[in-house]
Design a protein around this ligand. Structure first.
Ligand code: SF4
Length: 379
């Protein structure tokens, strides 16, 4: 625990907070005219609220919560398609726990399971492979979901299935990439963003150069950060120092984990198994060019969309968000979760309307878990 304790040291945190305050004042930001700093990753959103960093930093800093929660940005149509596959009698659907309660149009995977579908929670795609080996008479499908962090492990499972000739294993691929939605946000003239805290785990795979366009083309600073309080405070300070000095660069606060050029073995597995979809629908952001991955034709036997003639293989499908749901506005940083009219009333962790309330990286779940629930109570 010693290593973690150092990253939570209150004396060091107070020193960084005081430098954050000085730098914010040097920039001239105030509560009325704050700097908008987007933390892209949902894991960072939770860390900020868990440690109360939003309350500790200078009033002139406003954290904007980005779209970096893969469960939250999954459009309803993909949940519906996953449920459709899971309801086939021959199928064992496997998924990470986070995805179980994400609402679809008709039902979530949890509700489909309660109604009799064979849906099992796994901790790794390799667990799904093992199920396929043990159940040769069934079709085992893995709900492949996530950013570049989880994309390699799904790729390795597909490569292994190919090596073993495991004909009853396939992946419903919903893997997506981080840089493209950031570009889409920066292209939106209504978004006012002064700098970014970059994702830690994703960057461990793709490295830091993937964000060069943010500094080079858009003139915004970005600092890749770890997940402990001092990581986040130091990264914020590094962003502010760039703004104060009139610089825009990609910097790496999380160098103890994130290599500049990423992880070559993971990148090779990704390149071997996947190719870019022309576009992919994101909840709240719409279609974004080249932001989703699909399984290459060489591995088509392991592609659930091809196997079951569903999803993009059957033509793109889009369904509207539920009435009154403000997930899109929250995910693009336009409003805070507590400004959603459904927060705490029509949408709670027990009865969620949107995915942001049930995902462990969702902004609404963070507000609820770390004090937002109280914020939703009538005065
Ligand atoms: S409170 Fe519920 S409906 Fe509103 S933005 Fe959050 S998840 Fe979506």
């Amino acid at each position: 625990m010693k290593h973690v304790t150092e990253f939570r040291d209150p004396v060091a945190a107070r020193a960084v907070l005081s430098r954050i305050a000085e730098t914010t004042e040097a920039i001239g930001a105030t509560r009325e005219k704050p700097l908008h700093i987007m933390e892209i990753c949902g894991g960072h959103t939770h860390a900020i609220f868990r440690y109360g960093l939003d309350k500790l930093v200078h009033d002139g800093i406003e954290f904007i919560h980005g779209p970096g929660c893969p469960v939250c940005v999954l459009p309803m149509a993909r949940v519906d398609e996953c449920v459709e596959i899971a309801e086939r009698p021959e199928v064992i659907m496997t998924t990470f726990g986070d995805a179980m309660r994400v609402p679809g149009t008709r039902k979530s995977l949890m509700q489909a399971k309660a109604a009799g579908a064979d849906i099992r929670m796994v901790y790794s795609p390799l667990d799904a492979l093992e199920l396929a080996r043990r159940n040769p008479g069934r079709e085992v499908v893995f709900f492949g979901l996530g950013f570049e962090t989880t994309t390699p492990s799904t790729a390795l499972a597909i490569q292994q299935a190919a090596r073993e000739g495991l004909a009853n294993f396939s992946v419903f691929c919903n893997h997506i990439t981080v840089p493209e939605p950031i570009r889409a946000l920066l292209d939106d003239p209504h978004m006012v963003l002064d700098g970014f805290i970059g994702p830690g785990h994703v960057s461990m795979v793709i490295g830091t150069h993937a964000y060069d366009f943010i500094a080079r083309d858009c003139g915004k600073p970005i600092v890749v950060a770890g997940f402990e309080p001092l990581d986040l405070l130091q990264a914020l300070l590094m962003v502010l120092e760039q703004i104060r000095d009139g610089r825009a660069a990609v910097e790496n606060q999380y160098a103890r984990v994130v290599p500049e050029h990423g992880n070559p073995a993971s990148l090779a597995a990704i390149a071997d198994v996947y190719e870019r979809r022309p576009s992919f629908e994101w909840r709240g952001l719409g279609e974004i060019d080249a932001s989703g991955l699909r399984i290459r034709p060489a591995y088509a036997a392991f592609d659930a969309e091809e196997k079951f003639g569903i999803g993009y293989a059957a033509g793109p499908r889009s369904v509207p968000e539920p009435e009154g749901c403000a997930c899109g506005q929250v995910m693009t940083g336009r409003i805070k979760p507590t400004a959603c009219p459904q927060f705490g009333t029509g949408c709670t962790p027990e009865m969620p309307l949107g995915a942001l309330m049930v995902s462990s990286e969702g902004a609404c779940a963070a507000y609820w878990q770390y004090g937002g629930a109280r914020a939703a109570e009538p005065a």
